[in-house]
Design a protein. Structure first.
Length: 270
């Protein structure tokens, strides 16, 4: 397994790509409304990525036809924007990526629209928090699966959720998907040691039911086999020469959410 190690200057470019992704997701969160078509959200993302001097890494990826993935309710990931309209109470997962000067950012959020079922909100909150706990466990000197274990351990402590097994996080840099694959479950203490210059996308995907999924006839959309609703959160983060981390796709670099877990971020990219 070869993990790409980035210099501080390269991570500064990755921060520009990551910040554009984070800002685009925030714009989408503020734009989404009941009755809106999903391709309207795609157009907003495309325009904002262009405005920020980036290009989409999803569009054309293995033939993917859009700028972002939009997955609704029992669709967990990789949904294609189109003429579907957002309905009251929908759980909408948006995955967004961008490239600036050859360096990639990748992040995702799930949003409850309108009157959200409290059980759906809890699922989203659990998925989101598990991502932050994974990042907090993935600091310099940790082993790769310390992240996996922290994600699974938190999710299991919160109730009965299915954790997708065929999909996971990944290294990120000059390509969107690099080594290593990051499982969202497993024992701690395995895999490579995490060192400065690594960048990883951490992305738990859970459902309120089964962990089992199938891919729809469009060859992209991943749904739960029991029609249970799912959530997906993702951030790309990196490890810096000072031994600390920085969340490339979070607008505040991960400062607030990691502080809540007792972890400080690196000042080197601020
Ligand atoms: Mg993604
Ligand atoms: Mg990803």
């Amino acid at each position: 397994m070869t993990i790409q190690i980035k210099s501080l200057d390269q991570l500064k470019v990755m921060r520009r790509a990551g910040l554009l992704v984070g800002e685009t997701l925030e714009l989408l969160r503020n734009s989404i409304k009941v009755g809106m078509r999903t391709d309207a959200l795609d157009a907003i993302a495309a325009a904002n990525i262009k405005r920020g001097g980036g290009t989409s890494n999803f569009k054309g990826y293995r033939g993917f036809p859009a700028t972002i993935c939009i997955s609704i309710n029992d669709e967990i990931v990789h949904g294609i924007p189109g003429d579907r309209t957002i309905e009251d109470g929908d759980v909408v997962s948006i995955d967004c990526g961008a490239i600036i000067d050859g360096w990639h950012g990748d992040a995702a959020i799930s949003i409850g629209v309108g009157s959200v079922d409290p059980a759906d909100q809890k699922m989203m909150d659990v998925c989101d928090e598990s991502m932050w706990r994974g990042i907090a466990a993935g600091f310099t000197g940790a082993k790769l699966t310390d992240i996996s274990h922290a994600i699974e351990d938190y999710i299991k402590s919160q109730g009965k959720y299915g954790i997708l097994q065929e999909y996971g996080g990944h290294g990120i840099g000059t390509e969107m998907h690099q080594e290593p694959h990051v499982l969202n479950f497993g024992k701690r203490g395995y895999g490579p040691e995490l060192i400065a210059g690594m960048a990883l996308a951490i992305e738990p995907m859970i459902t309120r039911g089964t962990h089992k999924t199938k891919v729809l006839g469009d060859d992209w959309t991943v749904v739960s086999t029991d029609a249970s609703r799912g959530a997906h959160f993702e951030n790309s983060y990196c490890l810096l020469p000072d031994g600390k981390a920085f969340v490339l796709t979070a607008i505040d670099g991960g400062k607030a959410r990691l502080a809540a877990l007792g972890v400080g971020i690196s000042p080197l990219l601020a």
